[in-house]
Every structure is written in structure tokens, then in C-alpha cells.
Design a protein around this ligand. Structure first.
Ligand SMILES: [Zn+2]
Length: 111
């Protein structure tokens, strides 16, 4: 175990949200800014589009979109299926998104 008797000593920066000194093992960078784990868990990934590792049926694209927009993943899936049937390109878009949208980084999950 690492000693935290002198947290300033090992700190690599200061959390831009709460001002706490952050050691290298608890630093999280979001959008180029440094956060502690606690703050990163509160704000982490809110404005980033990711394919989620939880709630996924295929590639996690629909649930990722749902979390990004802030609606129920089921609604996104239903809409996606309807668009796929009506316009025929929904499946193609899904495949493209599954390829270009990054998987949710594990570092942003502290639940
Ligand atoms: Zn913080």
C-alpha cells in the first residue's frame, strides 16, 4: 500500500473541480482537464459518446446514444429498428457507429 502521509509529495496535479491534490493513481483526465476519481465519477463521460459496456445488446451503440441524449435505451432501439425498416440504412449506420464510436473507457466508471 502507498503511504498518504504526504499527499502533496506524490500529487501530479490538482482537481479542477474540487481542488484536491491528486496522486498519479487517482488522476482522471477528461477533455484535457484533470479530475480526482470522485469528481470524474460524477461528471465522467457525460458529454462523450461511447458504446457502453453495460446494457448492451449488440455493440452498445444504442445504449451509448441513449445515455448521451439522456433517454431510455429501449426507445433508441425501437426508433433504430423503425428507421432500419422504413429507410433501410439503419443497420449500415449501426455498423459504422460500432466501428468509429470508442468503447467506454473503464476509467470513467466508478460505480
Ligand atoms: Zn475532485
Amino acid at each position: 500500500m502507498k503511504s498518504y502521509n504526504d499527499p502533496e509529495k506524490d500529487a501530479i496535479g490538482v482537481c479542477v473541480r474540487c481542488g484536491k491534490a491528486i496522486g498519479s493513481d487517482e488522476a482522471v483526465t477528461i477533455g484535457g482537464k484533470l479530475y480526482c476519481k470522485e469528481c470524474a465519477g460524477k461528471i465522467g463521460g457525460q458529454k462523450r459518446l461511447y458504446r457502453l459496456r453495460k446494457d448492451r445488446i449488440l455493440g452498445g451503440v444504442c445504449s451509448g446514444l441513449a445515455e448521451y441524449i439522456g433517454i431510455d435505451p429501449t426507445i433508441v432501439r425501437v426508433l433504430w429498428v423503425i428507421i432500419s425498416f422504413v429507410y433501410g440504412f439503419g443497420i449500415l449506420i449501426y455498423i459504422v457507429l460500432a466501428l468509429i464510436v470508442p468503447k467506454e473507457p473503464l476509467i470513467n466508471r466508478y460505480i
